[in-house]
Ligand binder design. Structure first.
Ligand code: SAM
Ligand code: SF4
Length: 363
């Protein structure tokens, strides 16, 4: 990690530190070396144990449903430094967070990503670290990330057609994704899950080829209903393909799908083409959300605790941390924020998350 210790008081992990980092000078208050876990829950009794962290809002692609082409990214000092991320992971772990997903923007473009994964994996209580990525850099990074403690990857691939892939990502090359998928399998980042956001009249026909991948390969291909956000809202609204439409299209080719058991914790409902090695999943966040099992909260790249992907409710954690809040104070902020997690979105009443687009939240 590119950090220089400016001051250290007292001894060991009980001491606070002021560090000059690539993200500015940051204060890291003392974190106890050991803590008693006090699991957090929201006001509906949902246990909150899963933290998705956006490592950056920047990306090496510009997918049409995710961000505008001329996207302005945040200056670096507004983003969480590695030390701040690790501190907030410790705070989360002390409140029962066991599972971390690293996302973005594109998490693999963050400098020092391998070391950051290693540090997060070392936080007591963190049992599982996964990543959502476009895979462009996994050819080189998959093995070091696996060695550092990453367990699995979800890889975005919306079509198998190279030209369409180029169009939907505005400049991506699909061969790079295949190299990333192969490297992930070789590194044991399995089961590899492939994410496909379905856009009407653009890649809805491509679902068939993607679904066919599961026949002879132990992958999970997940079809995602496109969600409306901020400035790319109009595009998404008119082009959303519903879960029922997706299922009908796939069944029109492969016959009735076998329904696998569904735990309401994973947002993806699992199905299988009869006899296939792999599975299909449908993420119906827009038309049939899966709120009852949702134990997720998100940390945006600028350090806000985002309580629901599709709502604007957020609690600023980075500002109080930079202003010198203690471990206990940060714990209280996170616990109380999570308690106020809304039940779910209100898209059907025309209420959209307007303050950020997807890359700023971390999908
Ligand atoms: N860059 C990484 C990637 O593409 O996998 C991680 C970040 S991306 C924001 C996380 C996931 O959100 C991807 O699977 C992407 O396809 C999905 N996504 C982005 N915009 C979306 C939208 N408007 N609706 C539904 N899913 C979206
Ligand atoms: Fe980048 Fe992922 Fe958004 Fe595509 S979906 S622009 S790869 S952050």
């Amino acid at each position: 990690m590119a950090a220089v210790t400016l001051e250290e008081s007292n001894s060991g992990s009980q001491s606070g530190r002021q560090l000059r980092t690539g993200y500015g000078v940051v204060n890291i208050p003392p974190a106890p070396a050991h803590f008693a876990v006090e699991p957090m829950a929201d006001s509906y009794g949902r246990s909150i144990n899963y933290l998705r962290i956006s490592l950056t809002d920047a990306c090496n692609l510009r997918c049409v449903y995710c961000m505008p082409e001329q996207m302005q990214f945040r200056p670096r000092h507004e983003l969480m430094s590695d030390e701040e991320i690790i501190f907030l992971v410790k705070v989360g772990a002390s409140l029962g967070v066991k599972k971390i997903r690293l996302t973005g923007g594109e998490p693999t473009i963050r400098p020092g990503i391998v070391e950051l994964v290693r540090e997060i994996a070392a936080v007591p209580g963190i049992k599982d670290i996964a990543m959502t990525t476009n895979a462009l850099l996994l050819d080189k990074l998959a093995q070091p990330l696996a060695d550092a403690g990453l367990k699995r990857v979800n890889i975005s691939i919306d079509t198998l057609n190279a030209e369409k892939f180029h169009q939907i990502t505005r400049w991506g090359h699909i061969e790079d994704v295949w190299r990333g998928i192969d490297a992930s399998k070789a590194a044991g980042l399995t089961p590899v899950k492939l994410n496909c956001v379905v856009v009407r009249n653009f890649n809805d026909e491509d679902m068939i080829d993607l679904a066919r991948l599961t026949l002879h390969d132990d992958v999970e291909v997940r079809f995602i209903e496109m969600m409306p956000f901020g400035e790319v809202n109009d595009f998404q609204q008119t082009n959303v393909v519903t879960f029922h439409e997706m299922r009908a299209k796939i069944e029109s080719v492969f016959g009735p799908l076998d329904e696998a058991s569904y735990d309401y914790v994973d947002p993806s409902r699992p199905f299988r083409i009869p006899g296939a090695m792999g599975t299909l999943g449908f993420i119906s966040s827009v038309t049939e959300p899966f709120c009852q099992g949702c134990g997720r909260v998100r940390l945006t790249a600028d350090g806000k605790l985002r309580l629901c992907l599709l709502r604007d409710d957020e609690v600023d954690l980075l500002t109080p941390l930079r202003n010198g809040a203690s471990f206990e104070e940060m714990r209280t902020l996170m616990r109380e924020g999570a308690y106020h997690k809304p039940w779910g979105h209100s898209l059907s009443q025309g209420l959209f998350a307007a303050n950020r687009v997807m890359n700023q939240i971390g999908g």
